[in-house]
Design a protein around this ligand. Structure first.
Ligand code: ASP
Length: 373
């Protein structure tokens, strides 16, 4: 609690500085501006933010304060999490809503759609200015990307998690949640797509990925975060280059089912039967998380071609964690009628492919979608 007391003192000092210098720190506004001081619309009233709880470590609890990585996730209700960070009520009017109480590894298409539709419903309410979603960190990158592609609103939507449960020494959830509410309340966050906020950083849903199993600085975007949250200020430095939310062809309200897309992970001695299994299980596309630049072992080419002959789309991705899979380089994609992911990680390509298949099954059109988003 000491840290937050200190934060408030500094916030008050910063606010005072902003009022005298005329620099707007809209998010800080914990009290009425002094007479004659410049005001902003956002300072005139606190934003109304709905905090949706879905579980994860941010809702986790350990047996001892020293349990930073071994604990039970998804046990603390969202209202209790909000109540544990009283500083939030100084920056926004918040309301909690529990949609799930699960580890994010348990997200599936049905849950993703349910969450997205509820967020969309809330965004349509004129008295809601933004949404924060508390979420497990394991699949934040998938949920955030999915919402980034399907929500039809400019209002800020921020997905937040933590790497340590609230019971741990050095817990990161309280500050992450405070920062997420700041970002969701900030007028500057409008029109930037669905964002992920953790560890003082603001990431775009397109790029963010979890890169470490236990460290607090686990989230990274290959081209860097969009901005920082520092001492109660939301600071943006970059914009997402690829289309999102209002600019995309998908509307969460109009999607009731996502087609099955499988990810098959490549490794030395990968079993070709894994391709057949995906086909038999009804996959409409297979994202092949290949080695290097989307390389396909000689004994895997025929099974993938056979799957394509059955109408299943084949998407070459890379398991390296970064970089572009170059079309027609490691494999003759034109000849085999295969696709490449651009720079999308296999788990992100799975989301994009599932959405793309709701629009078209034409390989050329599907490839354009990968280049575009
Ligand atoms: N397994 C947890 C989850 O994703 C991990 C976390 O939240 O950090 O729900």
């Amino acid at each position: 609690m000491k840290r937050f007391a200190r934060l408030n003192t500094l916030s008050a000092l910063l606010l005072a500085a902003s009022l005298t210098t005329g620099i707007a720190h809209a998010q800080l506004a914990p009290s009425a501006p002094a007479a004659g001081a410049p005001t902003q619309a956002s300072e005139a009233r606190k934003a109304n933010i709905v905090i949706i709880g879905t579980g994860g470590t941010i809702a986790g609890a350990g047996a001892a304060a020293t349990n930073t990585a071994a604990y039970q996730s998804a046990v603390v209700p969202v209202d209790k999490i909000i109540a544990s960070v009283p500083e939030i009520s100084k920056i926004a009017n918040v309301k909690g809503e529990q949609v799930f109480q699960i580890g994010s590894e348990s997200f599936n298409n049905e849950r993703l759609l349910k969450l997205g539709k509820r967020v969309s419903e809330l965004l349509k309410q004129p008295d809601v200015d933004g949404i924060v979603i508390t979420h497990g960190t394991d699949t934040i990158e998938e949920t955030t990307y999915f919402l980034n592609l399907t929500l039809k609103s400019d209002k800020p939507v921020v997905v937040v998690g933590s790497m340590r449960p609230g019971t741990a020494l050095g817990a990161d959830g309280a500050l992450n949640l405070y920062d997420a509410v700041l970002v969701a309340s900030s007028p500057e966050s409008r029109g930037k797509g669905t964002l992920a906020v953790l560890n003082d950083e603001i990431h775009t849903g397109r790029d963010v990925t979890k890169s470490n199993t236990f460290k607090i600085e686990t989230f990274r975007s290959p081209f860097g975060p969009l901005g920082y949250v520092v001492e109660g200020r939301t600071l943006y430095y970059r914009l997402p280059a690829r289309p999102h939310t209002m600019q995309t062809e998908w509307d969460i309200d109009k999607i009731d089912k996502l087609p099955e897309v499988a990810v098959v992970y490549a490794y030395g001695n990968v079993n070709p039967a894994s391709i057949d299994a995906a086909v038999k299980n009804g996959a409409k596309a297979i994202v092949y998380a290949a080695t290097g630049n989307g390389s396909v072992g000689d004994y895997m080419v025929e099974p993938l071609k056979a799957a394509r002959a059955k109408g299943v789309q084949i998407v070459r991705a890379s398991r390296t964690g970064g970089g572009v899979v170059v079309r027609n380089a490691e494999q003759p994609d034109d000849k085999y009628d295969w696709l490449v992911t651009d720079d999308q990680l296999p788990q992100k390509a799975r989301i994009l492919m599932a959405l793309a298949l709701t629009k078209t099954n034409d390989t050329k059109e599907l490839q354009k979608i990968f280049w575009k988003y």
